[in-house]
Write a protein of this length. Structure first.
Length: 318
């Protein structure tokens, strides 16, 4: 698929775009970058380095004159569907995708994609750790903070790639097909980015869009809109519930079990897991009071979930 495109325009100059730019240059593509922010917001040494490698830049806005002539537009995850770059793409009939889609074109490895309104970072990390107990070649990336393009050229058909994927990333896929697609939960969120809950919901459903009957969908048996979600699935459904102390653990285990990871391995790993930074992270005990950092709980759903995991009297500081 990537062979169909020679001149590629990246919209936004952030972590994933920088990583993807390196990959595209290695593939001998002509790359240009259109960025809304002023040039003073970025590392001038890094920009100079890419300029010397032939990358063209425009800052302080997106213009049709700069974007025209591109064969493909690759959007940073935060670009809204009603933004100027997409209006230009539609006017010029230029296809647009995200980094996840491009990475999918560049490998024959199998993908495990995990999404949800809350809990997806922890579940993605735990799934990766469980699979590493069984398999040698497993990669971790996506919305968890590691651009998939940073390692994609190192992968082969026998590898597994575990990705955390957001609604932003899912709304720009075309052919991305995860072997395992997991949905933890879904409730209204990111309505500052999406025009409605329906748009947000449909973006999440894209995780199942290209799956085939031999693939797997791992979904929460207790989530809201379960029956509606099931309508979008054509692959094998595996349900999870509360097999473990929380649904993140249960989902990670159900995914890993597809690859023959046994329950005892999961129990052992979960018993040692202390949480990720800012996610129900134990800080210290002072005068008999345990202080927990859960500052990543930025939605009602994630805060409610976190409170349910705590035992005893709880004081919420928000």
């Amino acid at each position: 698929m990537i062979d169909n495109f020679k001149r590629i325009c990246l919209i936004g100059w952030a972590k994933s775009s920088i990583s993807l730019c390196r990959v595209l240059l290695e593939l001998k593509k002509e790359v240009r970058v259109s960025e809304l922010k002023d040039i003073v917001s970025f590392d001038s040494f890094l920009i100079d380095k890419f300029l010397k490698e032939g990358v063209k830049f425009e800052f302080s806005g997106h213009t049709k004159d700069f974007i025209k002539g591109s064969d493909l537009i690759v959007l940073s995850p935060g670009i809204q569907l009603n933004s100027v770059p997409i209006e230009i793409a539609k006017e010029l009939n230029i296809p647009y995708v995200g980094e996840i889609e491009v990475a999918f074109w560049l490998t024959k490895a199998r993908f495990i994609a995990i999404t949800g309104t809350s809990g997806k970072t922890t579940t993605t990390f735990l799934t990766y750790k469980l699979l590493k107990e069984k398999l040698k070649r497993v990669f971790l990336g996506g919305n968890i903070g590691i651009p998939v393009s940073s390692f994609i050229l190192k992968t082969n058909k026998n590898d597994l790639i575990v990705l955390e994927v957001s609604s932003f990333q899912l709304q720009t896929i075309l052919s991305f097909r995860p072997y395992v697609a997991a949905l933890l939960n879904i409730e209204p969120n990111h309505l500052d980015h999406h025009s409605s809950f329906e748009e947000y919901f449909l973006a999440k459903m894209n995780i199942f869009k290209n799956q085939k009957k031999e693939d797997y969908a791992v979904i929460n048996k207790n989530m809201l809109l379960l029956k509606e979600v099931e309508k979008y699935i054509r692959s094998n459904i595996i349900y999870f519930s509360e097999e473990f102390s929380n649904e993140n653990f249960s989902c990670a285990y159900r995914i890993a079990s597809i690859f023959k990871v046994d329950k005892s391995t999961a129990i052992n790993l979960f018993s040692k897991f202390k949480g990720l930074s800012h996610r129900l992270q134990f800080v210290r005990t002072i005068n008999g009071i345990n202080f927990i950092n859960d500052s990543k709980s930025t939605t009602p759903l994630s805060t409610i979930w976190a409170l349910k995991q705590l035992k005893g009297k709880t004081i919420l500081i928000a």
